[in-house]
Design a protein around this ligand. Structure first.
Ligand SMILES: NC(=O)c1ccc[n+]([C@@H]2O[C@H](COP(=O)([O-])OP(=O)(O)OC[C@H]3O[C@@H](n4cnc5c(N)ncnc54)[C@H](O)[C@@H]3O)[C@@H](O)[C@H]2O)c1
Length: 429
């Protein structure tokens, strides 16, 4: 990193959100607009609230990340995006009912003016939604070209110097990686085929973003940018990419508790996780194909933390089950239960129960803000491809095929802070 020059965060940064009218997006945008006017606190945002220690020995000091790491400031952000419904950020937030009307009204004028562009959508990938605000196109390539034109237009209209694209749209149906996804030339050929089901709409957004030089963040668990053809494109276009699936509530707790059992050499027999959730995300996840995408993401976390091959007596036979139940009365106020069967000295069993009454979008919004700021930073540092140092933010961190992802929140935090220190050192601060 030492020889790398960090381009300053000058000018306006366009933030294009896919799923602009949804719960996470509107909560993220309204909270950011309110925070930059000093009307709300960006709680949960590491970029805004956390300190970082830098330097060594006598010259060690501590400063707020936002003051020492050259990230864009909140008043440099300009929001836009796409949705399959034409609702403005204001209307979307009213519909989502995450924030109170009083809080939404803090920034009513700005939120009303942020309206989605028409989406790239295929109902086969999200069967529970019938969008009305949708682009027409013969092939995924054609739709991708339209998305590129949108990005260029947005940049020009808003005099943006740079753009980041972030997926905060619904979870697409599970799609397994096939040969087409392993090579960029083959993938591009597939994008030219009408009716193909190997190119999901999320892939068109990601491809378009990179072709326009924009980092792409995947906040949902779908395949999207997590395959070799996209990694090749990221390399070719010098774009940072990261994902998958914001690590916000239940999984965040899991990646805190599992390292504790491992550190204390306590055994684990079973982990049953279930939750009830009644927002639109819950409705989409009620479809088995979308749930499968989420299930794979939620199940992946404990193995790499517990190392069952190294400790077969402790972790060789774990029953891990994850359930998500759509339950409309709770809306965005998810309730999650974990029953954890552990065992200790001489094999005696014990149980831990976690009951997390969380607010899904309240937890996810600060992650979206941080990811936007840090991927823009990565781009200005000349970092391209998978940003493993941002694994901290994801349930299912992207990694190369022959690598193990890091899931422990503590190890992820160390990786993340070390990278920020390297960047600060490169700026000579
Ligand atoms: N809230 C959390 O804690 C959390 C955590 C991890 C991941 N996620 C993921 O974040 C995503 C958003 O969650 P949410 O609660 O905001 O859901 P939501 O249903 O409220 O919002 C999703 C939005 O995406 C739009 N959309 C769907 N397909 C689209 C497309 N092809 N193009 C553009 N827009 C499209 C929908 O119309 C909707 O407005 C989901 O995939 C969810 O699984 C959320």
């Amino acid at each position: 990193m030492k020889n790398i020059s960090v381009q300053p965060a000058e000018g306006r940064l366009g933030v294009l959100v896919v799923g602009l009218s949804g719960a996470v997006s509107t909560t993220f945008i309204i909270g950011t607009l309110a925070a930059r006017r000093g009307l709300a606190k960006p709680i949960g945002s590491i970029s805004q609230l956390s300190y970082l220690k830098v330097g060594e020995g006598q010259s060690q000091r501590e400063a707020l990340i936002k003051d020492i790491v050259p990230i864009a400031q909140l008043d440099q952000l300009v929001f836009g995006g796409w949705d399959i419904f034409p609702d403005s950020v204001y209307d979307g937030a009213m519909h989502a009912q995450v924030l109170t009307e009083k809080d939404i009204n803090l920034v009513a004028d700005e939120a009303k003016a942020i309206r989605p562009m028409k989406a790239c959508f295929d109902p086969d990938f999200i069967t529970r939604l019938n969008g009305t605000w949708i682009k027409e196109g013969q092939t995924p390539w054609d739709l991708m070209e339209q998305l590129r034109a949108d990005i260029r237009q947005f940049k020009a209209d808003n005099q943006c110097d740079r753009v980041v694209v972030i997926w905060a749209a619904s979870t697409e149906a599970y799609l397994a990686m096939s040969d087409v996804h392993k090579d960029l030339t083959k993938f591009e050929a597939e994008m030219h085929k009408a009716g193909t089901k190997l190119v999901a709409p999320s892939m068109c957004y990601a491809y378009a973003a990179m072709m326009e030089g924009a980092p792409f963040i995947n906040g949902a668990p779908a395949l999207t940018v997590d395959f070799p053809a996209m990694w090749q494109l990221a390399d070719k276009t010098n774009c940072p990419i990261c994902g998958k699936d914001y690590k916000s509530g239940q999984t965040m707790m899991k990646t805190v508790l599992a390292p504790a059992f491992h550190a204390r050499m306590l055994g684990l027999a079973g982990w049953f996780s279930t939750n009830i959730l009644g927002n639109r995300d819950g409705e989409v996840l009620d479809d088995p194909a979308s749930f499968k995408t989420k299930e794979v993401s939620k199940l992946s976390v404990i193995d790499s933390i517990l190392e069952p091959n190294k400790y077969p007596d402790l972790y060789g036979d774990i029953y891990h089950k994850v359930r998500i139940n759509y339950y409309p009365p709770r809306n965005d106020n998810k309730e999650a239960w974990d029953n954890i069967d552990i065992f200790g000295w001489m094999g005696y069993p014990m149980q831990i129960k976690v009951n997390f009454l969380c607010r899904d979008s309240i937890l996810a919004a600060p992650l979206a803000l941080d990811l936007v700021l840090f991927t823009d930073l990565a781009k200005r540092c000349g970092m391209k491809g998978i940003q493993k140092w941002l694994s901290f933010y994801f349930k299912s961190p992207m990694h190369e095929l022959d690598e193990e992802p890091v899931h422990s929140l503590f190890e992820q935090d160390t990786m993340f802070r070390n990278k920020l220190r390297e960047i600060v050192a490169a700026t000579g601060k």
